[in-house]
Design a binder for this molecule. Structure first.
Ligand SMILES: NC(=O)C1=CN([C@@H]2O[C@H](COP(=O)(O)OP(=O)(O)OC[C@H]3O[C@@H](n4cnc5c(N)ncnc54)[C@H](OP(=O)(O)O)[C@@H]3O)[C@@H](O)[C@H]2O)C=CC1
Ligand SMILES: O=C(O)[C@@H]1CCC=N1
Length: 289
C-alpha cells in the first residue's frame, strides 16, 4: 500500500487525529505509518490503533505523500533534521506543533525545495469526534493542499482556515481550551465535597452538568449569554454565584489567562528553537538559554 500519511511523533494528539482519520474512512490503516522514539507509544499505535509503528523517522517518511509533524515544539528541530534528507520533494507537511512557524519548517527542511506546509492547531476533543482545528497555509501550500489537510481533520473536527498569525489566538482559545473547562469542573467537584456531597456524587453532578451544558451550545441554539440568562433567576442562587465570580474578578482573569496562552504560543517557537525567530524577543529568549 502507498505511504499516504507518515506520522512523526505518535503521541496523544496524533492518536486523536489518526483515530478520526480511520473512523471516518479518510485513509485505511495500512496506508499509514507512525514513528516514535517511545516503545510504549509505538505499542499503542501498533496494538490499539492498528497502524504500523516504527522507531525510525527516516523509514516512516520514505515515499510519504503527507507527513504529520506531531512532536513537541522543542523536539521539532531535531525531527526535521532527521527527516529532511529522505523526505520526498513533493510531500505535504502538516504540522500540529504549537508556536512553530511554517517558515521555520520550510527553512529547516531546506534542500532548495519550496516545501508545502500546512500549520494547524487541533484539540483533544478530536478523540470524541468533537474537535476544533485552526488551519493556516504556508507560503508554498496550495488551495488543494488546504483541502487535503482539511480532510485529515474533518472526520473528527470542525476546521477553520485563518492567517498563520491568528493561530496563537486559536491555541489560546481552542487548543488549550479543553483544559480550562476540565479545571473548572475540578473546582466544582471540590466545592461539592466541601458542601457535604461524597466525591462520587460531586463528580457525577459536575461532569454530567458540564457535558449537558456543552451539548446545549450549538450554532442553532441560544448564545451562551442567553443560555446563562435562562438559568439565572432574579436574585436567585445562580445570580449569587455569578455575582461572586464577577466581584472576585473572574471575567478579567479569564481574559488575561487566555492572553498569557497567546503570548506563550508566540514565544514558544523562539524558546523551543533558538535562532528560529528574530527581533528583541528572540535576543531576550536566546540570552536565557
Ligand atoms: N495535547 C494537546 O492538547 C495539543 C497538542 N498540540 C501539539 O501537538 C504536539 C504533540 O503534543 P502531544 O501529542 O500532547 O505530545 P506527546 O508527548 O503525547 O507526543 C509526542 C510524541 O513524540 C515523541 N517524540 C519525541 N521526539 C521525537 C522524535 N524526534 N521523533 C519521533 N517521535 C518523537 C514523544 O516521545 P517521548 O514522550 O518519549 O519524548 C511522544 O511520544 C505538540 O507540538 C503540541 O504543541 C496541539 C494541540 C493540542
Ligand atoms: O499546552 C500546549 O502547549 C499544547 C498546545 C495546545 C494544547 N496543548
Amino acid at each position: 500500500m502507498p505511504n499516504e500519511l507518515a506520522i512523526i511523533g505518535a503521541g496523544n494528539m496524533a492518536e486523536a487525529i489518526v483515530r478520526g482519520i480511520l473512523r471516518g474512512g479518510v485513509l485505511a490503516a495500512d496506508q499509514l505509518v507512525a514513528a516514535d522514539i517511545s516503545p510504549e507509544r509505538r505499542a499503542v499505535f501498533a496494538d490499539k490503533v492498528g497502524v504500523r509503528a516504527v522507531e525510525s523517522n527516516v523509514e516512516a517518511v520514505a515515499g510519504a505523500r503527507r507527513v504529520l509533524l506531531a512532536v513537541k515544539p522543542q523536539m521539532m528541530k531535531a525531527a526535521l533534521e532527521q527527516i529532511a534528507p529522505g523526505l520526498p520533494h513533493d510531500a505535504l507537511l502538516v504540522s500540529i506543533a504549537a508556536g512553530i512557524s511554517s517558515g521555520f519548517i520550510e527553512r529547516s527542511l531546506g534542500r532548495g525545495i519550496h516545501w508545502r506546509v500546512i500549520r494547524t492547531m487541533p484539540n483533544t476533543p478530536m478523540l470524541m469526534g468533537h474537535g476544533m482545528v485552526g488551519l493556516a497555509r504556508g507560503q508554498y501550500a496550495t488551495a488543494d493542499d488546504v483541502a487535503d489537510a482539511r480532510r485529515l481533520f474533518e472526520a473528527a473536527a470542525e476546521v477553520i482556515e485563518l492567517d498563520e498569525d491568528k493561530l496563537h489566538a486559536v491555541t489560546a482559545i481552542s487548543g488549550s481550551g479543553p483544559a480550562y473547562f476540565f479545571f473548572l469542573v475540578e473546582q466544582m467537584i471540590k466545592a461539592g465535597v466541601e458542601l457535604g456531597l461524597s466525591r462520587e456524587q460531586a463528580y457525577r453532578l459536575a461532569t454530567r452538568t458540564a457535558y449537558g451544558a456543552a451539548a446545549m451550545m450549538t450554532p442553532d441554539t441560544d448564545s451562551p449569554e442567553e443560555l446563562r440568562r435562562k438559568v439565572t433567576s432574579p436574585n436567585g442562587t445562580t445570580h449569587a454565584a455569578i455575582t461572586h465570580m464577577e466581584q472576585a474578578g473572574l471575567p478579567a482573569i479569564v481574559v488575561e489567562a487566555l492572553k498569557a496562552a497567546d503570548r506563550r504560543s508566540r514565544n514558544w517557537g523562539c524558546e523551543a528553537v533558538p535562532g528560529s525567530c528574530s527581533g528583541r524577543l528572540a535576543v531576550f529568549l536566546d540570552s536565557r538559554l
